[in-house]
Design a protein around this ligand. Structure first.
Ligand code: CAA
Length: 388
C-alpha cells in the first residue's frame, strides 16, 4: 500500500486594516531609520483597529479558501495563536461560526508562542493521513504587541495565515521527517494580566539560534535531508534579518556556505506586516511561492521557533502546477488596502487595547474587512460578518 501524500492544498493571507511606516517611528523616537530598515529588515507594521483582532484576521484569511473549496470534508479547525482573546474559549469557535462551518467539526486553540501553527500543521497531517477523505483548516493569527517606547516596539505587527491541509495537496507536500527541540527559557512570555509581551530581546535571539541547531540535529538524526538537498529555506521572522542570522548559524554549524540571497524573497510580506508570531513562518512560505515560479519539485526547509522555547524543523516539497493555486495578488491587495497611521493615532490605538469586560461596549466601525469585532455584551465578545 502506498503512503498517503499529505500537505498544504491552499494557503491564504490576511492582515490588519492599518499600517505604520517604521521611518515615521524612527523619526518619532530619534532612531536612525537604517536601524529598522537594514538592521532589523523591517519597513512597516500592520496595526489592528478597534474592531479587529485575531478572530477577524483569521476568518478573513480563511474565507477565500472556503470560497474556492467549500467546507466539505473539513472536520477539524486548529487555531494557533499567542494573542488569544479568551482564557477558555478557542478563538476558532468564533471563526467556525463566522465562516458557517458544519457543526460536525472539532475546534481547538493551540498555544506555544510563535510555534503552535507548526504543531497544528503536523497534527493536521496526522489526521489526514489517518483518513485521507478529511480536511483540516489550520489558522495562525496574531497581534504582536510590546510596550510603547521599548526596543521591541519596532518588531510589532499583525497578520494571519489560513491553510487547508489535505491528501494530494496542490501546493506543497509535508515530508514525514521532522526535528524538534524544547528548552525552558525566559526569553519572551506574556503573563495573564498583560496585553503586551515581556521580552529579553538579546536572550531571545540566542535562544532562537540555539533552537535552530537543536532542531536541525534532531532532523538529521532522524534521517532528514542534508543541507545540499534542501533548495530553499523559510525561517520564522520576528524581524526579517533574523532569517539571515538563522541561516548563518546553520551554515557555520555545518561548515558550508549557504546562499543568503535566496532568503530575500521569503521576507516580502513580513517586511511590511511585521511580526505576526504564529503566522510569520507561513507568511514567509506564502511570499516564496507567490514570487518564485521555479519551485516545482523543490524541497523547502521550514524552521519554526516559539519562545519559551519550542522549535521544529521540517521540509515541504512544492508540487507541480502550484503556481495556479497561489494567491499573491489577493495578498498585495490586502496590503495596499491598509490605512496609513500617523504616530499619534498609532499610539492611541496601542493604548486602547486593554478592554474591561465588565462594561458593555460597541466598537467603532473602522475596519473594511469582511469580519468585525463589534464589541462586548454580558462580558462576551461579539463578532459580525460585514460583507454578507
Ligand atoms: N544602520 C544599520 N543597522 C543598524 C543601525 C544603523 N544605523 N543601528 C543598529 N543597527 C543594527 C544593529 O547592528 C543590529 O544588527 P545585528 O544584530 O546584526 O548586529 C540591529 O540593527 C538591531 O540593533 P540592536 O541590537 O541595537 O537593537 P535593539 O537592542 O534596540 O533591539 C531586538 C533589537 C532585540 C530584536 C528588539 O527589537 C526586540 O527585543 N524585539 C523583540 C524580540 C524578538 O523579536 N526576538 C527575536 C527572537 S525571539 C522570536 O523569534 C520569537 C518572537 O517572534 C518574538
Amino acid at each position: 500500500m502506498s503512503a498517503v501524500r499529505v500537505g498544504i492544498h491552499d494557503l491564504s493571507v490576511a492582515t490588519a486594516g492599518h499600517v505604520l511606516a517604521l521611518d515615521d517611528l524612527a523619526a518619532y523616537d530619534g532612531t536612525d531609520p537604517a536601524k529598522y530598515r537594514v538592521g532589523l529588515g523591517q519597513e512597516q507594521m500592520s496595526v489592528p483597529g478597534p474592531d479587529e483582532d485575531i478572530v477577524t484576521m483569521g476568518a478573513a484569511a480563511a474565507l477565500p479558501i472556503l470560497h474556492t473549496h467549500g467546507a466539505d470534508g473539513i472536520r477539524t479547525l486548529f487555531f494557533a495563536t499567542e494573542s488569544g482573546v479568551d482564557q477558555s474559549k478557542s478563538a476558532g469557535v468564533f471563526v467556525h461560526e463566522l465562516l458557517g462551518l458544519p457543526a460536525t467539526c472539532r475546534v481547538v486553540e493551540l498555544k506555544q508562542a510563535c510555534y503552535s501553527a507548526t504543531a497544528a500543521l503536523q497534527a493536521a497531517a496526522g489526521l489526514v493521513a489517518r483518513n485521507p477523505a478529511e480536511k483540516v483548516l489550520v489558522i495562525a493569527s496574531d497581534v504582536a504587541r510590546y510596550e510603547l517606547d521599548s526596543a521591541a516596539e519596532a518588531t510589532q505587527g499583525a497578520g494571519a495565515v489560513a491553510m487547508l491541509v489535505t491528501a494530494d495537496p496542490a501546493l506543497a507536500e509535508i515530508e514525514p521527517v521532522s526535528g524538534v527541540h524544547t528548552a525552558d527559557v525566559d526569553d519572551f512570555w506574556r503573563p495573564n494580566d498583560s496585553v503586551n509581551a515581556v521580552v529579553d530581546g538579546k536572550l531571545s535571539i540566542v535562544a532562537y539560534l540555539d533552537g535552530v541547531i537543536g532542531a536541525w540535529e534532531d532532523f538529521r538524526a532522524r534521517g532528514g535531508a542534508p543541507l545540499g538537498e534542501i533548495d530553499r529555506f523559510c525561517h520564522h521572522q520576528p524581524f526579517t534579518r533574523m532569517a539571515v542570522k538563522a541561516h548563518r548559524r546553520l551554515a557555520e554549524h555545518e561548515g558550508v556556505a549557504l546562499d543568503e540571497e535566496l532568503l530575500a524573497v521569503t521576507t516580502g510580506y513580513n517586511r511590511r506586516i511585521g511580526n505576526s508570531y504564529t503566522a510569520s513562518l507561513y507568511l514567509a512560505l506564502a511570499a516564496l511561492i507567490d514570487a518564485d515560479d521555479d519551485l516545482a519539485g523543490r524541497r523547502i526547509g521550514m524552521f519554526s521557533y516559539g519562545s519559551g522555547s519550542v522549535t521544529e524543523l521540517f521540509t515541504l516539497v512544492v508540487q507541480p502546477g502550484y503556481r495556479a493555486h497561489t494567491r499573491g495578488a489577493e495578498t498585495e491587495r490586502a496590503l495596499a488596502a491598509r490605512t496609513p497611521l500617523d504616530i499619534a493615532r498609532y499610539r492611541e490605538l496601542h493604548a486602547a487595547t486593554h478592554l474591561d469586560s465588565h462594561a458593555d461596549l460597541q466598537t467603532a466601525h473602522e475596519s473594511s474587512g469582511p469580519f468585525r469585532f463589534t464589541g462586548l455584551t454580558g462580558r462576551a465578545r461579539r463578532y459580525a460578518r460585514t460583507d454578507a
